[in-house]
Structure formats: C-alpha cells, structure tokens
Design a protein around this ligand. Structure first.
Ligand code: GLU
Length: 336
C-alpha cells in the first residue's frame, strides 16, 4: 500500500548542534560494557562541543526498577560522565524517562496507522512481548510470517473477537535498507527477510523499543547515536520508522561489544563486572576509565585517566572494530 510521509519534524528541538545520547535500560546494574558505551558516547559528543542527553529506557515494567535507574545515574557520575539534559537536568525535550513519554509514542503510532504503515496483529502475546526490550543480538525471535498483514475483514473481526487487545506491527516492504555507520562503514540489511513486520506497539498497551527509540531520537534532536553493535540490526528498522514519520535520522556508530572469556556478551556471570561492585571494592574511577579506554584501543594498558583526559586525542576511527574480552586477571588487577 502506498504511504504518504507527513512533512517536516513536528518536534521542538534545538538545531545546528551535535547532540548525542546515552540510553540505558534500568534492568540491571551498570557493568563495564554499558560503562564503555557511555564513555565512548560521552567522548564523541564532548569532543565535538555538543550536548549529551541521558534517556532512561524503562518501558518494560516487568524488568525495570527505579533503584536500578538511580544506581545508573550514580555510577555515571562516579565515572566522571556528565550529561546536559536528562534526569535531574531539565531541558527542552523533557521528560527524559520513556515511561513518561507515552503520549508522544501514541501520536506517532496514530500517524503511522493513518498512512497505512501499520496493522493490528492478533497473534499470541508471548510472541509480541519479546518486542518490549532492545533485541540484542541472539534475542530476536523468528521472522514474523505476516499472519495478520492482509486479513479479510471477516477474519480480522473473528480474530479481534478472540483477542483482548491487538498489538500493532510495522509493514516492512521487501528490499535492502542501507546506511553508513561511522565506525563500521556501509551497512546493508534486509529487515523484511530478517524479522519481517515488527511490533511497534505491544498488546499490553506499551510502545515497543523500535518505535520509542526512533521517535525519541528525532524528538530529542539527536544527531549522533553511538551504541553497542548488538543493536546494529535495529538501525534499519528505526530508519524505516523515521522515514515513514517524515523525521530526520541521526548518524549511527555501533561499537563492538565487550565479552567474557567465553565470547558471550559481558554479564554478571563473568564475575565482578558491575561498576557498583568495583566501587565497593575500593577501585578508583581513573582505573576503570583507563581500563575501558585501553580495551577500546585509546590508551596503553595500565593507564589511569578520567574521561576529560581522553578528549585531546579522541577519534572514533581509533576505536577497535572487534569484540574485546574482559579477562578475570584484568578485573583482579583493577581491584589490586
Ligand atoms: N536501552 C537500550 C539498552 O540499554 C539501548 C537502546 C539504544 O541505544 O538504542 O540496551
């Protein structure tokens, strides 16, 4: 179905400045991997003299906890990573907490629905609930087969009668989506072949990750997104949403993940990787920031620095392009 894009950006955002963001989900303690992403996003924006926004992505009520959000803010400040707008720093784009921005997402959904980009999906709740969080690599479900994409009115009515509340899916047309990643270079994905039509609104009435992030990045005037490369697959979907809503996309940089020695994404099972635990053990922020910078290829191992010390020699192109292992002996050296 042909879909018309509404003109212009309807959101009041400051123009002409570099604006980046760090967008943690308060679902766990901040660990070295999240902290590394925050450090690199901070450096990218601060080196350009831009604004850094902190956005709390707390849309998954089952997993997000306010005390974890408070802990994230405290850990960031301890690491010397400040922000210009966000919790505790009101600005033009407030509120900076996604659970308080539902009206914006609802309005975007209405625009997508009005232009034929979305359809109601009556498929099982278990399937659509997976869309709540950012689909980090390996967490994405199978390709949606398009069950509800083109239902005859009678079938839609029958399914609607058997369903408490439908989800909404975005209609992904076949074909590649390309973008140039500031670190990875040209990227091409076929989101139609990968996950198919994706959920933008969950059956429990909450905006899904892809819609909330695309809308927020535009509404907050974000020009630069730097995040983990496990979210690279999400970028084409967010680009499709931004295009459908007539909004300007940011530039993206996806940085390789930190992993444990087993090669999997860094997590609790890899030992004392939480910033809170390192703080409690008496580790200095300079040691943590220096370690994260060394893992990223920015300084020699063993360097102790605060984020501001890295600004003079910062260049995104220096950041290592391959996943980096956090070893138990490195953690031991930090606490030594
Ligand atoms: N809130 C997401 C996470 O913590 C990150 C989203 C993003 O950077 O786009 O995994």
């Amino acid at each position: 179905m042909a879909a018309a894009a509404p003109p212009g950006n309807p959101y009041p955002t400051p123009g002409g400045r570099v604006r980046g963001r760090f967008a943690p989900s308060p679902t766990g303690l901040m660990h070295l991997g999240n902290a590394r992403t925050a450090l690199l996003a901070w450096l990218q924006v601060r080196a350009a003299g831009g604004d850094l926004l902190l956005r709390m992505e707390d849309l998954d009520p089952a997993r997000c906890r306010p005390e974890l959000a408070a802990g994230l803010l405290s850990d960031l400040s301890w690491l010397g990573l400040d922000w210009d707008e966000g919790p505790g720093r009101p600005g033009l784009c407030a509120p900076y907490v996604q659970s308080l921005r539902a009206d914006l997402y609802r309005e975007a959904l209405a625009r997508l629905a009005a232009t034929g980009h979305t359809y109601r999906c009556y498929c099982s709740r278990a399937e659509v609930t997976r869309a709540a969080g950012a689909p980090h690599a390996g967490e994405e479900g199978p390709r949606y087969p398009g069950t509800c994409r083109a239902l005859a009115p009678a079938d839609a009515a029958a399914r609607a009668a058997a369903c408490r509340q439908p989800a909404w899916r975005f209609r992904v047309e076949p074909g590649p989506v390309t973008f140039t990643d500031l670190l990875l270079g040209p990227c091409t994905f076929d989101p139609g072949a990968r996950g198919g039509d994706f959920v933008v609104w969950r059956a429990d009435g909450v905006a899904a990750y892809q819609l909330a992030v695309a809308v927020d990045d535009a509404a907050m005037g974000i020009t630069h997104v730097l995040r983990g490369d496990d979210l690279t697959d999400s970028t084409p979907r967010q680009l499709l949403l931004l295009r459908a809503l007539g909004l300007t996309p940011p530039q993206y940089a996806h940085v390789p993940l930190l992993t444990g020695p087993d090669g999997s994404r860094l997590s609790k099972r890899h030992g004392s990787v939480a910033i809170a635990g390192l703080r409690q053990a008496g580790v200095r922020p300079e040691a943590v920031v220096g370690y994260l910078a060394a893992l990223s290829g920015l300084v020699p191992p063993g360097t102790r620095v605060m984020p501001g010390d890295l600004l003079d020699n910062w260049s995104l192109s220096q950041v290592r392009r391959h996943a980096t292992v956090v070893r138990p002996e490195d953690l031991a050296a930090l606490t030594a």
